[in-house]
Design a protein around this ligand. Structure first.
Ligand code: C5P
Length: 219
């Protein structure tokens, strides 16, 4: 089937938020739904790829037989799972909204409310995508960026810093875009190009992204 452009390829995708435990009942998280990553996984599998989807807590599901879903909770768990599979991946897409920081210590018991203020010390999580860039051999590497200022400049900076082949800029300023909803508005940035797309459903955005990856890989 000539439409199966990703036949024989393995695509690794990270999706969703991560939850960083504070104590047995609380965590630090974010509003990422996982929808963008699951849509990318479906689209890549429809194009013939074998997909390894590593997702943080998300209510999204898939029944596609060519998508292997691995569910994780924290950034550190996501990191460990990603590097079980990264070496074999031909394409890796980091759409997860990974928490930048995690509590330094996880309290063994539920933290009681005593004082008027409570301080929780946070330490930086490992940067999964940056590490993928450092360990890149054959992988075509795609990252996401969500910026509130100097967006194009910052995204281009991340393309270099993380050794990416392309980066997808989500605009927070555009109505309906962002990581919580069902639609997204993106710009795709490579070393030599910037392409802007209109507001679309995340399924359509997934198609645009994988069309772009296809074109880039054939170059
Ligand atoms: O540096 P920043 O968090 O803005 O980069 C966003 C990109 O890096 C996204 O593709 C995200 O999935 C990835 N990332 C990651 N691990 C982190 C932080 C971000 O893979 N700890």
């Amino acid at each position: 089937d000539s439409n199966k452009k990703f036949a024989g390829k393995t695509v690794l995708i990270t999706a969703g938020p991560t939850y960083e435990a504070i104590d047995p009942v609380r965590f630090i998280g974010n509003h990422s739904s996982g929808k963008m990553g699951f849509s990318l996984a479906e689209e890549a599998a429809n194009r013939g790829a074998k997909v390894i989807l590593i997702s943080g807590p998300s209510s999204e599901k898939t029944n596609h037989q060519d998508i292997e879903v691995h569910r994780v909770t924290s950034a550190k768990e996501m990191f460990a799972k990603v590097f079980e599979y990264y070496e074999n991946a031909d394409i890796a897409i980091a759409s997860a909204a990974v928490a930048d920081y995690a509590p330094k210590e996880i309290a063994q018991e539920k933290i009681k409310k005593n004082d008027d203020s409570l301080t929780i010390e946070l330490v930086k999580n490992p940067d999964i995508l940056k590490t993928m860039g450092e360990r890149k051999t054959k992988q075509f590497l795609v990252g996401f960026a969500l910026e509130t200022q100097n967006e194009e400049e910052n995204a281009k900076g991340k393309l270099h810093k993380k050794n990416l082949d392309m980066i997808i800029l989500n605009s927070l300023r555009d109505e309906g875009a962002g990581f919580k909803g069902r639609t997204n508005k993106i710009k795709i940035i490579t070393e030599s190009s910037l392409t802007e797309f209109p507001l679309k459903s995340k399924e359509e955005v997934a198609r645009d992204i994988l069309n772009f990856v296809e074109d880039q890989m054939l170059k």
